[in-house]
Design a protein around this ligand. Structure first.
Ligand SMILES: *Cc1c(COP(=O)(O)O)cnc(C)c1O
Length: 499
């Protein structure tokens, strides 16, 4: 087989790849230069896609130009453009060229690094990157690998997996300690008594982790500032202990998704330490802010954490997926996950990290490469200015809203999120919810901006998330104008129906 076209081990030959890849890179640059102007949320209805595609895969290979021409026709038709300047929904997702280069290389080296032996570089490189990152965020010393442990970091796919992993680790730790007191007990009997806690403003993935692990996750009432306080937690713990239950785990959030508020880590941490409860900190969004010394006040009490997680794929310019998780003591994770079949054994087992025990799946990508590219090609100063830009944008939007007495800012604007609602004095909360829902629907139907709604303490409000790659203060001015335009229409209507 001398003809490189005869047997396409790589799908297509090297020259065809070179041409296709060059064309694709041009396409990517075109996309990036036009993404800001694209409509954030597409005009499609569920089921739009099937008619655009053949019923089945082709029997014979098609060539690249045919495939390429379908990108715009098929894929782009129903894309939500997260890089649109009109995209102010959810939290932004990171996107940068260094990370994209990293993703290309990660795919090219096709390494699946579940154990040290599966690819020593993949594992050892990740430990160093996680140490770099821990230092960049000024995390407590005990999270740093330094080659000795027991603390250290690992890259997960998502914050959801990180939360589940830490819950399973906490459970494994507690089952062992319970069994050492009473070896007759069954795992099942112990597990039934476990109870875990988070605030009712925590991310839905926390409640879900409880469901998956079959651990009762109690969602405790946050205070009026959207913060879980020590007293609320302590009352719940006391009540549960009276009922023979075993408090296991607290997931505290810094930077909640709903409203970017902060659980009180000092109060919660003190209690967890005293009660022997695992404290996990979910900083999926806000964690990137810890790059900036002036923002580190949001993580006061971090030293109480048993584990800490944040998503560089949200605000640290590393493309999805890259979620950074640290354990104070990784042996509990390893104990929870270790199964040790023969085909995964290798000689360096006792002296090397096998990251498969630090995560739910076996297989893992070499994600540390894209982290490395980002850290080196953007630098910590560059990343800090990215975070600061997002905050300045939010402050700008806040200043616009503050000028209009018909609107209320629901929570202090500390990072890149502004939560607002229309507030007319004479209306009760039910009426306010109804009107704000209508306002949200009108903004969404208009399509110039894509925002997300939220609700805390029965109050419906609209979130404006800044800091995406193409967000600008000029665009935020436009967004505010659209909100005012929709509100004016709505209020006229409401006044006329009121009369
Ligand atoms: C976004 C977010 C999550 C979920 O992130 P995934 O990585 O998609 O699982 C969890 N917690 C908080 C606070 C978030 O903002």
């Amino acid at each position: 087989m001398s003809d490189s076209n005869a047997y396409p081990r790589l799908g297509i030959n090297h020259d065809d790849f070179r041409n296709a890849a060059h064309a694709l890179v041009d396409q990517i640059i075109d996309y990036n230069t036009t993404a800001a102007e694209r409509q954030a949320f597409p005009d499609v209805k569920p089921g739009f896609m099937r008619p655009l595609l053949p019923d089945q895969a082709p029997e014979e290979a098609e060539n690249w130009p045919e495939v390429f021409s379908d990108i715009e026709k098929v894929i782009m038709k129903g894309m939500t453009h997260w890089k649109s300047s009109g995209f102010l929904a959810f939290f932004p997702t990171a996107s940068s060229y260094p990370a994209l280069l990293g993703d290309m290389l990660i795919s090219a080296v096709t390494c699946v690094g579940f154990t040290w032996a599966a690819s020593p570089s993949c594992t050892e490189f990740e430990t160093v990157m996680m140490d770099w990152l821990a230092k960049a965020l000024n995390l407590p010393e005990f999270f740093i690998h330094n080659g000795t442990g027991p603390g250290g970091g690992v890259i997960q796919g998502t914050a959801s997996e990180a939360t589940l992993m830490t819950l399973l680790s906490a459970r494994s730790k507690k089952i062992r300690s319970q069994l050492s007191k009473d070896p007759q007990k069954s795992h099942h009997d112990i597990n039934k008594r476990f109870v875990a806690y988070a605030s009712n403003v925590s991310h839905s993935s926390v409640e879900r982790a409880g469901k998956i692990a079959l651990v009762d996750m109690r969602l405790l009432e946050a205070d009026d500032e959207g913060s879980l306080r020590g007293k609320t937690l302590l009352d719940a713990i006391k009540e549960d202990k009276r009922n023979g239950r075993i408090p296991l785990y607290v997931c505290a959030t810094i930077g909640t998704t709903a409203c970017c508020t902060y659980d009180n880590l000092m109060e919660i941490g003190t209690i967890c330490e005293k009660e022997g409860i695992w404290l996990h900190i979910d900083a999926a969004y806000a964690g990137s802010a810890l790059l900036c010394p002036e923002l580190r006040y949001i993580a006061k009490g971090l030293e109480f954490a048993s584990s800490f997680n944040f998503n560089p794929h949200k605000w640290m310019m590393v493309n999805f997926d890259c979620s950074a998780l640290w354990f104070k003591d990784s042996t509990y994770a390893i104990n929870a996950m270790n199964v040790d079949p023969l085909y995964l054994r290798h000689e360096e087992k006792s002296s090397a990290i096998d990251y498969m025990h630090w995560q739910i799946p076996l297989g893992r990508r070499f994600r540390a490469i894209k982290l490395w590219f980002v850290l080196r090609m953007i630098g910590l100063e560059g990343l800090r200015s990215h975070v600061r830009r997002g905050i300045a944008e939010a402050k700008h939007f806040e200043s616009l809203v503050e000028k209009d007495k018909r609107f209320e800012i629901m929570f202090p604007v500390t990072l890149g999120l502004v939560c607002i609602r229309l507030k007319i004095e004479k209306w009760d909360n039910e009426k306010l919810n109804e009107v704000n829902r209508k306002l949200y629907d009108a903004i969404h139907a208009d399509r110039r901006f894509f925002l997300t709604p939220s609700s805390v303490k029965e109050k419906f409000f609209i979130r404006i998330a800044t800091g995406s790659s193409n967000c600008t203060t000029a665009k935020l001015d436009e967004c505010w104008a659209v909100i005012l335009e929709m509100a004016a229409k709505l209020l006229n209507e409401n006044i006329s129906t009121d009369n």
